[in-house]
Design a protein around this ligand. Structure first.
Ligand code: ATP
Ligand code: MG
Length: 270
């Protein structure tokens, strides 16, 4: 058996094929790589490992296994995995911006066989959980995203229509004029945790989408494919991203196993 590993900043993802040749996935926290080691060691039928991601060296130095290991550059693995998932999920996209919302965010442009990293931002999944923890005390990703769904941004974010009250705004009124911008304009002193979390998600989502749209315009690409574990089971963030992408006349694409493209690519590369 061959497995693919993507040792990322926050999560180490593993992909392998079951007896029916279907992909199976597992994710472990990268801050405790001994869990990955134990899992791999409990699998004697592993013959080959394809590996990618920034924590590759840290993981390999822990593993010390005598099986053939193939390192793949992260961006190559990610694009390979995205191509696989696009096909599997019935999309026919040759040319697209690909935005990987991991711990940080990396933005790529794919045009048939070619791909290039066009940019990125430090605003990503780590920012989402980091700000959420400092502001609300919650640190569990699942809990943060579940609670964010119930929140409202209107008491914290300043929208264009709030500034142009009574006037016709020069741009669409429901666009965000300033994330968190209402805080010092109103005399509220307490905020509900769901509202704070919804606002943090929107801040992260809007920064990522704004940047992705600029690259999509630059490269004349209609679609933007958003991937990364930050979007996994995070319908609220996907909604922020989808709404804004559509408003800006681009087509957002989300993939089901969005967190595992690197691990899939590392496996397929073998
Ligand atoms: P990078 O690619 O930047 O090195 P990474 O590969 O570890 O990082 P991903 O795994 O794609 O990044 O995404 C990490 C983000 O996913 C976290 O910052 C968090 O927002 C979110 N996340 C989803 N599930 C979990 C989880 N179980 N535990 C922690 N974070 C999670
Ligand atoms: Mg990653």
């Amino acid at each position: 058996k061959t497995i693919g590993i993507d040792a990322g900043g926050t999560l180490t993802k593993v992909a392998y094929l079951n007896d029916q040749n279907e992909f199976q996935f597992k994710a472990f926290p990268s801050k405790d790589l001994s869990m990955v080691k134990e899992w791999i060691e409990s699998f004697p039928e592993i013959e080959e490992i394809g590996i990618t991601g920034g924590r590759t060296e840290q993981l390999l130095s822990k593993l010390k296994i005598n099986k053939p290991i193939d390192y793949v550059v992260e961006f190559d693995a990610t694009i390979k995995g995205v191509k696989y998932l696009l096909k599997k999920e019935g999309h026919n996209i040759q040319k697209s911006i690909i935005t990987n919302v991991g711990t940080g965010t990396s933005i790529h442009y794919m045009d048939n066989e070619k791909h290039v990293r066009v940019g990125g931002t430090g605003i990503g999944g780590g920012t989402l959980t980091g700000l959420a923890t400092i502001i609300t005390g919650l640190s569990d990703f699942k809990e943060i995203t579940e609670i964010a769904k119930q929140g409202k941004r209107e008491f914290i974010d300043l929208f264009v229509k709030d500034i142009f009250e009574g006037m016709e705004p020069p741009i669409e009124g429901h666009l965000t004029a300033s994330n968190f911008g209402k805080v010092n304009l109103l005399n509220n002193t307490s905020y509900k945790i769901p509202d704070l979390l919804a606002t943090i998600q929107a801040l992260v989502g809007e920064v990522i989408t704004t940047l992705s749209i600029q690259y999509a315009d630059m490269k004349n690409s209609e679609t933007i494919i958003y991937i990364g574990s930050t979007l996994a089971n995070n319908e609220h963030l996907k909604e922020v991203i989808a709404n804004y992408t559509i408003l800006k006349k681009h087509t957002p694409v989300f993939l089901k196993d969005c967190g595992f493209s690197g691990a899939i690519g590392a496996l397929l590369n073998k």
